[in-house]
Design a protein around this ligand. Structure first.
Ligand code: AMP
Length: 703
């Protein structure tokens, strides 16, 4: 039998496999690195098929760097942490050409008065990646994480087709003698088209779409199943090396040429500039071309070209001094304002929503945007039928900036708030001195739906999978009227829930047992959430997340809180008289009390975790104030959980940075709070330092 198979592939299968791999690697290089395929896709597939068959017949020939070995292995429950040998820095930003000029002046000064050659590249809007090759073979891929520690995403990155599993032979000669391991860095991104398709599929399957291609790339990279990552159509652009001394190249420009030779996908839009005017012209030209590129960019990165000069300039605590990101302004688009509709929130507040002719802004389709309130609609003077300017605030939330007056048609209509609630038809009121209009009916179905969704939302009781479609169906079926009803839902009831659609045979589609089981488990898990989350989840007017935590600290049980008078409530730091009245009233509203009793009976948390006497956590952090920013990626803790642990050790946790802040804890993608900490000289801890602190209680002396 074995002999027969050998004969299928000629006399020497090992030689044939080697020849096929070489051929396939050559064509991958032509396709991905040079963008110049020289054979058809079908011919390429046929080579791959032959190699796959050959390896199936001769498993002893399989080699992890074979082009057939992209998907395999599995990712455990969590991605293993990877400590970066050389820190992965962020970049300082220049928000306009003046700031860019100022950086170039500083750079010229640092280089003895003359501007050194600068290498200008596109700033790809994706996720940073570090690829380690040992003896020329891909060994590991890691995310940036907090810059010090990232996550091991090797199995997933292997599925990205333009990542070479092995460096090209011809490029190895430039590796410094004695160096056997190279760490190369770049960006993994999702092309605009693939992002649109992915989001369209998510919407049609009732899943939440990604906000932008950057999030989609990061999310796709962190899949537990590498086969899903492979389907997501990720690409890379490589542009850096962790330690430039491991290669015999002297500057960034040469490095890019080498990366291409080694088989990597390198962005072709690069320019080595000699003067400030050339740099500015490159930035302006890129801004012009931004939309026509098939991937998202958010700026231009300008780097001092020569490595020796880079080394002389060094780094700040956060970023290299030898590079700057010239950031593009947020992308703006014009589109038609078709209508303004009204959304009823859980407290009855009526919010006008712009219904737009769908338009792609910063990578994703925008069809709706909140207009906040009536005053805002009038202040911006947007009218139905106007051509309006749309952009995404922070590249995520769509925003209507205003109308293009010169394009206003005489038919454009001024919008007014309806006098009746669009959900229940009750009269709409506006409290004196308030901007919001409100439906005050207690039976308004839109409010009930929003309250139920709020209870299940991530910041509140976090019932995973309980989304709008399912909750709406449960409400319609009469099975869910208030938040306590969640706790009597059974798996059978959920499994048989009619989803209001029919299959090909015309039978109603039901939720099914798999989902039913999952939801029952999620509901069960929600019972153990903290008391503060329960308070937040109840949707008491004016009580947001932070207030709920303050109240839970001051009144650590439901009984204590319900017994509190308005004055006592108002004494809590951060709770004003208006809020105190709202809380007091909530617990005196007859309809609410049975709901609380039923939640208690179901086993939902009704008190803050108190410590067993004698087991008290030492208050080693008393007197210190912490601010948490960014996402914690390695510890599996949310920011809230980390905050709770800090508080348990006596610290104060605040939402904003000031001179009085003792430490800022910066996770991944930390933003303005980080910048403020740096400018005020407040010490910054990364996630690893936070964990050390939580475990040992030792406050770092030097950061
Ligand atoms: P930011 O995250 O805004 O601080 O920007 C820094 C990030 O830009 C880096 O961590 C890289 O992931 C990313 N980046 C994208 N394109 C480039 C490029 N051509 N050179 C350097 N960094 C880049």
């Amino acid at each position: 039998m074995a002999d027969e198979q050998v004969s299928l592939f000629g006399e020497d299968p090992a030689a044939r496999a080697a020849a096929l791999r070489k051929e396939i690697e050559h064509h991958s290089y032509q396709y991905y690195a040079l963008d110049n395929p020289t054979i058809s896709d079908a011919a390429f597939d046929s080579l791959m098929r032959e190699l796959r068959e050959l390896e199936a017949a001769h498993p002893e020939l399989v080699d992890p760097s074979s082009p057939t070995q992209r998907v395999g292995g599995y990712v455990g429950e969590q991605f293993a942490p990877v400590v970066h040998e050389q820190r992965m820095y962020s970049l300082d930003n220049a928000m306009d050409l003046d700031e860019l000029d100022a950086w170039m002046e500083r750079t010229a000064e640092a280089c003895g008065g003359t501007l050194p050659p600068l290498c200008c590249e596109l700033k790809i809007d994706g996720s940073s990646i570090a690829l380690t090759y040992e003896d020329g073979v891909l060994l590991r891929a890691a995310t940036r994480g907090d810059g010090t520690t990232g996550e091991d995403v090797t199995v997933n990155m292997r599925t990205v087709r333009d990542v070479p599993l092995r460096l090209r032979e011809g490029a190895l000669a430039a590796i410094t003698p004695g160096v056997d391991s190279l760490e190369l860095r770049g960006e993994v991104y999702m092309p605009k088209k693939s992002f649109e398709l992915l989001n369209a599929a998510a919407v049609s399957e009732g899943r939440q779409p990604f906000a932008n291609p950057r999030n989609a790339a990061a999310g796709s990279l962190r899949q537990k199943d590498p086969a899903i990552t492979q389907m997501r159509d990720l690409s890379t652009f490589m542009y850096a090396i962790a330690d430039d001394r491991s290669l015999e190249v002297t500057g960034q420009w040469e490095l890019l040429q080498w990366l291409r030779e080694a088989g990597f996908h390198v962005n072709p839009d690069v320019k080595l500039c000699e003067t400030a005017a050339e740099v500015r012209a490159f930035c302006e030209a890129c801004l012009e071309r931004r939309e026509s590129l098939p991937y998202e960019i958010d700026g231009v990165v300008v780097k001092v070209n020569e490595f020796a000069r880079q080394r002389a300039m060094g780094f700040t605590s956060r970023a290299p001094r030898w590079a700057i990101a010239f950031k593009f302004p947020p992308e703006e688009k014009t589109t038609l304002l078709r209508d303004i509709t009204v959304q009823v929130g859980r407290t009855g507040a009526l919010t006008p929503v712009a219904e737009l002719e769908p338009v792609v802004v910063a990578g994703s389709t925008v069809a709706r945007a909140t207009l906040h309130n009536l005053d805002e609609v009038h202040r911006k003077d947007v009218r139905i039928g106007d051509t309006v300017i749309v952009r995404k605030a922070g590249d995520v939330i769509p925003e209507v900036l205003g109308p293009v007056l010169s394009l206003r048609s005489p038919e454009a209509r001024v919008w007014e708030m309806p006098s009746l609630c669009p959900s229940c038809g009750s009269p709409v009121v506006r409290d004196e001195g308030e901007v919001a209009f409100r439906c005050i009916s207690i039976d308004c179905p839109a409010q009930a739906l929003e309250r139920l969704l709020h209870w299940a939302s991530r910041g509140a009781l976090d019932i995973d999978g309980m989304g709008e479609e399912i909750v709406s169906r449960l409400v319609e079926s009469g099975r869910l009227a208030d938040v306590a009803d969640y706790y009597s839902l059974t798996e059978d009831e959920l499994a048989s829930l009619n989803m209001g659609r029919v299959n090909k045979e015309g039978e109603p589609i039901r939720l099914g047992h798999t989902m039913g089981k999952k939801l029952v488990a999620a509901i069960e898990a929600s019972k153990g959430r903290s008391f503060a989350r329960v308070l937040f989840g109840l949707g008491i007017r004016h009580v947001g997340k932070t207030t709920a935590e303050l109240i839970a600290d001051a009144f650590p049980s439901m009984d204590a809180l319900m017994a509190a008078g308005e004055d006592q409530l108002a004494e809590v730091h951060g709770v004003g008289p208006k809020m105190a009245h709202g809380i007091w009233l909530f617990f005196r509203t007859p309809d609410n009390l049975p709901v609380i009793d039923r939640l208690r009976a179901a086993g939902v948390t009704m008190a803050a975790e108190t410590l067993v006497p004698g087991e008290e956590v030492p208050q080693v952090l008393a007197g210190l104030t912490f601010v948490l920013t960014g996402t914690l990626v390695n510890s599996g803790m949310t920011r809230d959980e980390a905050g709770a642990r800090l508080k348990a050790m006596g610290a104060k946790v605040s939402g904003s940075v000031s001179k009085k802040t003792s430490f800022v804890v910066a996770g991944e993608s930390a933003g303005s709070k980080y910048d403020k900490a740096v400018s005020l000289g407040v010490p910054v801890l990364d996630e690893a330092q936070l964990l050390h602190l939580l475990e040992t209680g030792e406050v770092p002396r030097e950061v």
